[in-house]
Design a protein around this ligand. Structure first.
Ligand SMILES: Cc1cc2nc3c(=O)[nH]c(=O)nc-3n(C[C@H](O)[C@H](O)[C@H](O)COP(=O)(O)OP(=O)(O)OC[C@H]3O[C@@H](n4cnc5c(N)ncnc54)[C@H](O)[C@@H]3O)c2cc1C
Length: 290
């Protein structure tokens, strides 16, 4: 089935776009964390979101979830690892699943947090963002797992059951126990190295070199160039016009990923504009077909 649209990201921008598409009876996917954005949940007190005075992030998160549930909007709890232009619509890779949609709204938040030098060039050549998709390629091998959120730990456990040795780099305190074959170096990785276009090792902060066959980057976001090749950016953000249209046909973006200020209300507002642009795009497409 080809959906009308796919929204990637479940922060305020994605939630807002979803509410507007639902109100307009569009068939769409909302793909991202089912617990919504960590950036919402983590806020201590929010003083500048109209209609929700002085809420905590957790309270705002609960209101967003209630609103989605009331409109029967399901969240597809996956990380999108690649978006391909299939001519007249887009194909989205998300774990072992593949989805198709006429339009895409990117609401992925601030992009590429923590991307290491060398990483973008080595995707598919030793660097992976998806444990279930690529884990089997590293059976019996030595891998590193860069895990930036506790909610990805189960993927690290899965990988430790396949690999012979895992170097685990959690980007947070008090990481859980992953497995007996897992070592957590004290220095952080700062660079990925390659030979003949294939990952060979990680350079650590202390200058040491850690030979590995593969690196799994388990993060909340990934490099835009990797996610969607050809997407125009400006200063690291997705370039958009006032209708939140990107340089790619049928592709829109909203929220922190389009630039500063990084604010909930700006994200929600842009999500709404992007959804309206998708509705206009779908109508124009339909008129052309008739
Ligand atoms: C501690 C803290 C306090 C804050 N306080 C305030 C405040 O008081 N007022 C204010 O206005 N703003 C505040 N902000 C800023 C606010 O959190 C952001 O501006 C807002 O969350 C941006 O919303 P967004 O939807 O654009 O992106 P995000 O909230 O970052 O959501 C993006 C979502 O997309 C998901 N995603 C990314 N890539 C993919 C992919 N490939 N596949 C699937 N999902 C993906 C991410 O996991 C994430 O859930 C605060 C931020 C922090 C960190």
């Amino acid at each position: 089935m080809v959906y009308d649209a796919a929204i990637i990201g479940t922060g305020p921008a994605g939630v807002s776009a979803a509410l507007t598409l639902a109100a307009n009876n569009k068939k769409f996917l909302l793909i991202g964390s089912a617990t919504l954005s960590d950036k919402v949940g983590r806020a201590e007190r929010i003083a500048n979101y109209p209609g929700l005075p002085m809420v905590t992030g957790a309270e705002m998160n609960a209101v967003f979830r209630k609103q989605l549930a009331e409109l029967n909007i399901d969240i597809t709890d996956r990380m999108v690892t690649g978006i391909a232009d299939l001519g007249d619509h887009y194909g989205l890779m998300a774990g072992s699943e593949f989805y198709e949609a006429a339009a895409v709204i990117l609401t992925t938040g601030v992009a590429a947090a923590g991307t290491l030098p060398g990483e973008a060039d080595l995707v598919g050549r030793g660097v992976s963002y998806c444990a279930t998709c690529d884990g089997n390629l590293y059976k019996g091998k030595t891998i590193a797992v860069i895990c930036n959120a506790r909610r990805f730990e189960h993927e690290a456990v899965f990988l430790s059951e396949l690999a012979s040795k895992v170097y685990f780099f959690p980007g947070y305190k008090d990481a859980g126990r992953i497995g007996d074959n897992v070592e957590t170096p004290s220095a952080r990785p700062v660079k990925m190295n390659s030979d003949h276009n294939r990952l060979t090792s990680l350079t650590l902060q202390d200058g040491s070199d850690l030979p590995v066959d593969g690196v799994f980057c388990l993060r909340d976001s990934m490099s835009l160039a990797t996610l969607m090749p050809g997407l125009a950016t400006e200063d690291g953000h997705i370039a958009v016009d006032r209708g939140m249209k990107t340089n790619l046909r049928g592709c829109f973006a909203a929220g922190d990923c389009t630039g500063r200020p990084y604010q909930y209300v700006k994200a929600a507002g842009e999500g709404n504009v992007a959804a309206h642009s998708v509705i206009a795009f779908l109508a124009a497409r339909k008129a052309q077909e008739e």
